[in-house]
Design a binder for this molecule. Structure first.
Ligand code: COA
Length: 384
């Protein structure tokens, strides 16, 4: 397990991702279904607005959605509530406190697959990090609930960094294992982002879908070959304050209201200035990739595969064009967005999980997720 690369007096370990698991919910929604429901709501809402002299709302359009984002369908935890124009939010019944919560259940579904992939049992794990853009509650941590339900050892904690949540948790897990603080870490990113999406907002209603991903991060024992697994050579996280993707829903929401026992959601769900995010994060993402690779004496050309955040097909194409100096195809940087929508922190890991079987020993790969914060998280991987 221990590698002969002491740094700052600490004996450092080589680290691998030994297992990856993905759970995609069965129900899906096409652009046409989503737009039909949105437009039915606009028709109803505009009757009210016309009567009260308010500005009328514009309709959504599936051709725009495909052109602007590349999304065709998205998978969701619950579809009927989303598509009901009189509701436009998933219908997820509350569970009693002693029942497994939905986020923990969704996390466990991908975690079990990651453990199977790694050939491990829950008792082999000594830390669970549950990292997602939206958590169901602040405490008890979802990771602790997962720990108890699965029977993992040690501890668990929750964290989040927008769409960089999985990459940022990987950054922490890798360094904890590298330094010897933990032996095996389960990083899990259950993204039930439809729970927090404003399906009445034309700008954002089409963007997101639900998905859960998990990774097992562990040390590489000396002499252990682990062919087909990725060694994590390095990780990094970058952040810079921006209000262009923001949610204000939180504990203080009610304190600003006349009636503090009525939650006013209007304006407090996800909002995004999409075109600013597009421009600013494209430039930041390109810079991050080129500088991160340069620190390792690498150029984008040396990387066999890029697993980028799945927010926008045009955005990824542009980041790659800036980085390579020419366009690159989906073999170099696969997309799962068309089928799944933007699954926040999970997207790049789904792309990784589905697109690495053809890679050869020694091939480099770069995971790079970006989003709210702004935030970017990256991991330089090499196939063993
Ligand atoms: N249907 C029809 N038209 C729509 C629409 C919809 N659902 N939503 C917006 N439009 C219109 C706008 O009103 C605007 O019309 P106007 O030109 O008459 O003012 C036009 O389309 C262009 O809007 P814009 O917001 O500039 O679109 P865009 O090309 O930037 O695409 C996104 C929007 C959200 C797809 C895109 O900006 C994006 O993906 N950004 C990055 C998001 C991201 O990376 N997020 C980080 C991770 S979560």
């Amino acid at each position: 397990m221990r590698a002969a690369t002491p740094a700052h007096g600490v004996e450092m370990h080589r680290v691998i991702i030994s297992g990856i698991g993905v759970e995609i919910p069965e129900p899906s929604i096409t652009n046409e279904e989503l737009v039909d429901s949105f437009n039915a709501w606009v028709d109803m809402e505009n009757v009210r607005r016309e009567a009260s002299g308010e500005t009328l709302l514009q309709k959504s359009d599936s051709a725009f959605i495909v052109h602007a984002s590349g999304v065709q369908t998205r998978h969701v935890i619950e579809r009927e509530g989303i598509l009901d124009p009189t509701r436009m939010a998933p219908r997820i019944p509350a569970r009693p406190d002693d029942a497994l919560s939905l986020e923990a259940e969704f996390g466990i579904a991908s975690a079990r697959k990651a453990l199977d992939h790694a050939g491990l049992e829950p008792g082999d794990i000594d830390l669970v990090i549950c990292s997602a853009s939206h958590h169901q509650r602040p405490y008890p941590a979802i990771a602790i609930e997962m720990q108890q339900a699965m029977g993992t050892k040690g501890a668990g904690f929750d964290m989040g960094l927008g769409c960089s949540s999985a990459a940022a948790a990987l950054h922490i897990a890798v360094n904890l294992v590298r330094a010897g603080a933990h032996r095996r870490v389960l990083v899990t990113t259950p993204e039930i982002i439809t729970g927090h999406l404003n399906f009445r907002d034309r700008q954002t209603h089409f963007i997101f879908g639900d998905a859960s991903v998990s990774m097992i991060v562990e040390g590489l024992a000396q002499g252990d070959k682990r062919p087909g697994r990725f060694e994590v050579l390095d990780t990094r996280t970058w952040t810079q304050m921006s209000n262009n993707i923001r949610t204000n829903l939180g504990y203080y929401t009610r304190t600003a209201q006349d009636d503090p026992y009525m939650i006013n959601l209007e304006g407090n769900l996800i909002k995004q200035v999409g075109n600013k995010v597009f421009k600013e994060v494209t430039v930041a993402g390109h810079k991050f990739i080129v500088e991160f690779l340069a620190e390792h004496g690498l150029t984008p050309q040396a990387i066999r595969r890029f697993w980028l955040h799945q927010a926008n097909a045009r955005m990824n194409a542009m980041i790659l064009k800036l980085s390579f100096g020419h366009e690159v195809g989906h073999d170099r940087a696969p997309m799962v967005l068309e089928r799944l929508g933007n699954t926040a922190g999970a997207g790049a890991i789904v792309a990784l999980s589905e697109n690495h079987a053809d890679m050869k020993a020694g091939d480099y790969g770069l995971l790079c997720a970006f989003g709210a914060g702004y935030s970017i998280g990256g991991a330089l991987l090499r196939m063993l």
